[in-house]
Design a protein around this ligand. Structure first.
Ligand SMILES: Cc1cc2nc3c(=O)[nH]c(=O)nc-3n(C[C@H](O)[C@H](O)[C@H](O)COP(=O)(O)OP(=O)(O)OC[C@H]3O[C@@H](n4cnc5c(N)ncnc54)[C@H](O)[C@@H]3O)c2cc1C
Length: 415
């Protein structure tokens, strides 16, 4: 048994703690916040085998720059004269080639399916704790023929990869979603996807771990490491020095900053997004992406969540009300009769997606410092990939054969 310190208590940190604990290790989770906010709480909760195209797809930088000056665009990149940002942008552009995107497709699909199976195992096979989980698929709604064609081209690629995907007319969709009046032309329907209620799961997972001997240290920011003989001996927070055998970096968008203290380059930029909760009956029961607006819609446990925007604009949680209104207005324009009121538009939260330049997460050991495992950079798929990543972290630390090949997730691929 080893004492493992997990730095960062988002979905990746909690799932790492869960599987490490199951392997019999002593686990401590440390977070600079109080474990109640951030990307892992505000996300759309969609389990995403459908998201086979990585964020680093050809044309994305151009789109981000084109949309840069628009305060209502769904994706934007705010240029900054900072080395880390410029390096990330350059690496992103280098990764955004058709060949690299194509080679990532099976990797992304397989780890998403593996993770979905683990969520289902957690839900069905274990009696650890119960949580909201539904497997109803994901609709990619579109209003224009051009978008319909683009989405169906991706759908056809997904079919080749073995996913069940259908191209549906508006009439066929209305039969599946009878309690809403949709203002769309059609949808590409992925049967592979599932959905959950993130805040509920985070709370229940944390309570389960606490009840089973995992220690949680809130409001403790890790600021430095003591390294000797190629290993971390201890970490420093403002108030404490803590020793352990193994250290796991699950620090999301802050990973690059912390990894620098270890002399390692792990490029990560924060991609800010917002969520709006509507705690009234909306009639929506199948999750959807409103493709022209890039808004995610999820029927959660007791409310409907609308999430969107991707602002690459540094680490900050400032709310841009114009972008929030754009999400709400887009939702109203796809669902006739839906009204998101002023209070709902005010009561919003933001979260930072940890984006790697090639759209793939970092999962694995460092080469020079032997007792560090990194699990970060999951961008738009961090919720979906929580269990798979946590399981892989526990396999690495327990010296077991990993369930998937870790080569595409190599932590030092940009060093
Ligand atoms: C609007 C929105 C919608 C989304 N929808 C989906 C979706 O439908 N499906 C999906 O799969 N993903 C979705 N995502 C992405 C997903 O939420 C993220 O990828 C995921 O939450 C990242 O988890 P994480 O644990 O890596 O990071 P985080 O949740 O950010 O956790 C990192 C933690 O590390 C802590 N930390 C950082 N530095 C330190 C330090 N030095 N010391 C101590 N603690 C530290 C932070 O306080 C934080 O709590 C969405 C994101 C957003 C914003």
């Amino acid at each position: 048994m080893k004492h493992c310190i997990v730095i960062g208590g988002g979905i990746i940190g909690l799932c790492s703690a869960y599987y490490l604990h199951k392997e019999g290790h002593k686990v401590t989770v440390i977070d600079k916040s109080d474990f109640s906010s951030g990307a892992s709480h505000v996300n759309a909760g969609i389990i995403t085998p459908s998201h086979i195209i990585s964020l680093a797809a050809p044309g994305m930088i151009n789109k981000g720059i084109k949309w840069m000056l628009s305060s209502t665009s769904p994706f934007s990149i705010k240029p900054r004269l900072e080395y880390d940002f410029l390096q990330w942008t350059w690496l992103f552009k280098k990764s955004a080639t058709p060949k690299k995107v194509a080679s990532s497709i099976p990797v992304i699909k397989n780890i998403n399916l593996f993770s979905r199976d683990l969520y289902e195992e957690l839900k069905q096979a274990s009696n650890d704790f119960d949580f909201h989980y539904q497997h109803k698929g994901l609709m990619m709604y579109y209003k224009t023929d051009k978008m319909g064609e683009e989405e169906w081209n991706i759908g056809k690629l997904a079919i080749k990869e073995g996913l069940k995907v259908e191209h549906l007319t508006k009439e066929e969709i209305q039969k599946l979603e009878p309690n809403v009046d949709l203002n769309i032309k059609g949808a590409v329907y992925y049967h592979s996807d599932a959905h959950m209620t993130p805040n509920e799961f985070m709370l229940k997972m944390k309570s389960y771990l606490e009840d089973n001997g995992v220690t949680f240290l809130a409001n403790e920011e890790v600021i430095d490491f003591q390294i000797s003989e190629g290993k971390i001996k201890s970490i420093n927070t403002k108030n404490n020095t803590i020793t352990a055998d193994e250290f796991v970096l699950t620090t999301g968008s802050w990973t690059q900053k912390l990894a620098k203290k270890l002399g390692i380059t792990i490029p990560v930029q924060a991609g800010k997004g917002y969520r709006i909760n509507v705690k009234r009956e909306t009639g929506i029961h199948i999750p959807a992406i409103l493709t022209e607006a890039k808004v995610a819609v999820t029927p959660m446990n007791g409310f409907t969540r609308f999430g969107g925007t991707m602002e690459i604009a540094g680490i900050n949680s400032q709310i841009n009300t114009k972008r929030v209104n754009t999400i709400a207005n887009a939702a109203e324009s796809y669902y006739n009769g839906l009204q998101i009121n002023q209070q709902e538009r005010k009561d919003i939260e933001s979260g930072l997606r940890p984006c790697s330049p090639d759209g793939l997460p970092y999962i694995g050991r460092l080469s020079k410092i032997k007792n560090v495992t990194v699990a970060a950079g999951h961008a738009m798929m961090g919720w979906s990939l929580g269990p798979a990543t946590g399981k892989l972290v526990s396999e690495i630390i327990s010296h077991k054969k990993t369930s998937t090949d870790l080569t595409p997730f190599h932590v030092e691929r940009f060093s």
